[in-house]
Design a protein around this ligand. Structure first.
Ligand SMILES: [Zn+2]
Length: 133
């Protein structure tokens, strides 16, 4: 019998992702962990906490991925860009790494289909876009 502790959802989901998620293989996890370290750990936690959102405008081609960070929501574009400071500093400026933890979280969430889809109007999209950038 599986006992679910609703007070600690991230713990339950974290265990699920690390041990049982068939979409992310063992070697891929090892590779990510070795390459991204703490950023990978934070990305897993972010996915577990349900902080990856896909905003879509129905009857249009518009969809945007958002990751809720510690300070604000960040926009992710095509697995290559995030609007956070770590992306600006560590990826663009110092070129220490190629992804921030938000980007990693989006990729993990998309692959394992663990994200919220939120439908919005085009007017809302225009307003939110200014907040995300
Ligand atoms: Zn980021």
């Amino acid at each position: 019998m599986i006992v679910q502790n609703r007070n600690k959802p991230q713990q339950r989901l974290g265990g699920c992702l690390m041990k049982e998620d068939p979409n992310i293989g063992y070697f891929e996890k090892e590779r990510y962990n070795k390459k991204y370290g703490n950023r990978y750990t934070k990305a897993l936690k972010t996915v577990d906490e349900g902080k990856v959102k896909k905003y879509v405008v129905p009857d249009s081609h518009i969809e945007r991925w958002i990751v809720v960070g510690s300070k604000k929501e960040y926009i992710i574009v095509d697995d290559i860009y995030c609007s956070c400071y770590d992306f600006y500093r560590s990826v663009l400026q110092l070129q220490e790494i190629d992804k921030c933890y938000h980007l990693l979280a989006k990729m993990i969430a998309a692959k394992s289909q663990r994200y919220d889809t939120i439908e919005i109007t085009f007017q809302q999209f225009q307003k939110y876009l200014l907040e995300w950038l």
